[in-house]
Design a protein around this ligand. Structure first.
Ligand SMILES: [Zn+2]
Length: 284
């Protein structure tokens, strides 16, 4: 077992059909079945049994329709942070629209938990591709951290920070907690999220986590409740999105459970950024 509470676990609390970039799904949404509650309770049970806690980035509109579930997540010891309200990508709005959506979600979450969210994650890791300074907007709204910058194409860019770090914006500083990725000759690839987490063997993921802990760095893993659903409802998606959404789901529940036997994960707000190291750590 790795030293307790070095790395972070994050969960986007949203429906299996909260998929960006598919206009048709917006109009079909009302008729699509909900799996949110059963998928989320399955994850809560697993985290409780394995002694890990996480940060739940809750979609405002999900909190509006399922306030009791959000209460249950908070009561289980997890952090409630913001995933925005409408799951609109930061690339599809301007700063005013982004802030309005952010504030709407914060109001819904605060009404349920009694505290304003300290952390934020944009839909589809889109903040790094926005045309405005999304991090500065978050600083102005009082957020302590963001977890939206993936250093992996096409979700983000390889020049974005790959490990948790404090960033300076024109409005002040903010912590950035990006999802775990690694570099290869073919470019950066996801390790702690999306297809990386689903398809890489756990021993490879654990090796990355151990090495980062040795280097005094923290890692962020990211899952969705629907990824623990071995047979989520099917929706016709473009090929790339189909793979991103459906590949590797079969064994994911057991895989995450096994991973949590070997490493205890913590909510972001309970982790401090590592002290600056004497030397710049080598990448990976
Ligand atoms: Zn999302």
């Amino acid at each position: 077992m790795m030293e307790a509470f070095v790395h972070a676990l994050t969960i986007d609390l949203e429906e299996w059909h909260d998929i960006c970039g598919v206009p048709a799904i917006e109009s079909d949404r009302r008729s699509l079945p909900s799996r949110l509650r059963e998928d989320a309770l399955r994850l809560l049970e697993m985290l409780d049994r394995r002694g890990s806690r996480g940060t739940f980035f809750v979609l405002g509109r999900v909190a509006e329709t399922s306030p009791k579930l959000v209460e249950e997540v908070a009561a289980s010891g997890h952090e409630i942070a913001s995933h925005g309200h409408e799951h609109r990508m930061a690339t599809e709005t301007d700063e005013a629209g982004f802030v309005a959506d952010l504030d709407r979600a914060a109001r819904v979450l605060e009404a349920i938990t009694g505290t304003r969210p300290q952390g934020h994650r944009a839909a589809a890791w889109s903040l790094g591709r926005a045309k405005f300074d999304g991090l500065a907007a978050l600083v102005r709204r009082g957020y302590r951290y963001d977890s939206s910058l993936a250093a992996v194409r096409p979700l983000g860019r390889p020049d974005l920070p790959a490990t948790p770090v404090r960033l300076t914006t024109p409005a002040g500083t903010i912590e950035e907690w990006p999802p775990l990725s690694a570099s290869s000759p073919l470019g950066r690839y996801p390790v702690g999220f999306a297809l990386g987490l689903r398809l890489l063997p756990n021993r490879v993921i654990l090796k990355h986590l151990s090495r980062m802990a040795e280097q005094g760095r923290r890692a962020v893993l990211a899952v969705h409740p629907w990824e623990l659903d071995p047979d989520p409802p099917r929706y016709r998606l473009p090929l790339g999105l189909h793979i991103a959404h459906y590949a590797g789901l079969g064994g994911m529940r057991d895989k995450l459970d096994d991973l949590l036997r070997h490493v205890k994960l913590e909510r972001i707000d309970r982790l401090a950024l590592p002290e600056p190291l004497g030397t710049v750590p080598t990448d990976d």
